[in-house]
Design a protein around this ligand. Structure first.
Ligand SMILES: *Cc1c(COP(=O)(O)O)cnc(C)c1O
Length: 367
């Protein structure tokens, strides 16, 4: 019988801070497709794959960290989970809270959430509070809230989030047989680039999972090397590129509209230890990359996700992509979450109806 994917905790329990007897809340996240892109490979002279994280249960990579974070909440007395969110964290937290039988409170920046993500949080029954401020303001509120009330924080400052998210690196190595040469990610709050780096380092046997010291000796290395980590922020939300927090970050890629990344130090360590870099791309480059990926590779992602593709193309245009390098780009979330932004540059959608005949259809299709 073919193996059916069980979710990231079950698949990688020997490398996660869980025992077999611990409660697990899962929607069978992870096991996402690693898709070879002929178009991107031809354009860059490299061997390019996209890790399609929009295929997770709530449509973004956040589910990998939510299964671990919310499973851990079941070991406490907390009955409510809370997060600040640019959209996908709330969608994921709300769904996993339902699966766990917990309440979910979401603090989000007013007017800055894509409609699809808001719909998810509402349908999963989360309590929503809109704040007249940005993501960073929301995160500050949640942090204070969880310090004084019996509420569990499930933003990526919760260390179990990164533990779950690191499993994406494991899957990539398991599929390719070794680590790629270069790994490219969009960067917002910088949790994901930090988690991938942790995963690659652990799988190569260069570090051992902090929480698993007594079994550490039993973990074999599964990769012979680690990749360079390349991160891309949005042009006007690029604190890691500029080297200081930004008061009023702006980008239509709302999932990376963050001015003061929580995982700042980890991200800088990933960049420097791996010999990579963090750069920025404009909103125009992001939309262009989103269009290209949909039209030439067959993968429809949300704008923030396309920052990794935009960064690859920009670096390639500058002649800085090594010939033949094996490259994985994480595309973080599903395009269906934010169709308004995707369609805006295409202009007004209008269809002139034709007569209901085969001839009229043939004529309209120019066959
Ligand atoms: C959360 C998110 C990001 C940013 O990830 P960080 O870990 O905050 O850097 C990028 N893209 C999508 C779709 C996201 O949901």
């Amino acid at each position: 019988m073919a193996h059916q994917w069980q979710g990231v905790i079950a698949e990688y329990i020997d490398r996660l801070p869980f025992a077999e007897s611990d409660p697990v809340v899962t929607l069978r996240e992870g096991g996402t497709p690693l898709v070879y892109s002929r178009a991107l490979s031809e354009q860059t002279g490299a061997e390019v794959y996209v890790k399609v994280e929009g295929m997770n249960p709530t449509g973004s990579f956040k589910d990998r960290g939510m299964t671990t974070a919310i499973s851990k909440v079941l070991q406490t007395d907390d009955k409510i989970v809370a997060c600040a969110s640019t959209g996908n964290t709330s969608a994921s937290a709300a769904a996993y809270a339902v699966a766990a039988g917990l309440e979910c409170a979401v603090i989000l920046p007013a007017g800055k959430i894509a409609a699809g993500k808001l719909a998810q949080a509402i349908m999963h029954g989360a309590k929503l509070v809109a704040v007249d401020g940005n993501f960073d303001d929301c995160l500050n509120i949640v942090r204070e809230l969880t310090e004084s009330y019996p509420v569990a924080l499930v933003n990526s400052v919760n260390p179990y989030r990164l533990q779950g998210q690191k499993t994406a690196s494991f899957e990539i190595v398991d599929e390719l047989g070794d680590a790629p040469d270069i790994h490219i990610l969009p960067v917002g709050n910088a949790g994901n680039i930090s988690a991938y780096w942790m995963g690659y380092m652990e799988y190569a046997g260069k570090t051992t999972p902090a929480s698993i010291d007594d079994s550490a000796t039993r973990l074999e290395a599964r990769a012979t090397k680690v990749p360079q980590m390349w991160g891309f922020q949005a042009w006007n939300a690029a604190p890691l590129v500029l080297g200081h927090p930004i008061e009023a970050p702006e980008t239509l890629a709302t999932a990376i509209r963050i001015g003061n990344p929580a995982s700042w130090d980890y991200a800088i360590d990933a960049r420097d230890t791996s010999g990579g870099f963090i750069d920025r791309v404009t909103d125009e480059e992001i939309l262009e990359a989103q269009s290209l990926l949909a039209a030439q590779t067959g993968v429809f992602v949300e704008p923030a996700s396309a920052a990794s593709i935009a960064g690859l193309l920009k670096t390639s245009a500058a002649g800085k992509v090594p010939e033949g390098a094996k490259i994985v780009c994480t595309v973080t979330g599903n395009g269906l979450k934010d169709t308004a932004t995707a369609l805006a540059p295409k202009g007004e959608l209008s269809f002139d109806p034709i007569a209901p005949t085969i001839d009229a259809a043939v004529a309209a299709l120019n066959l």
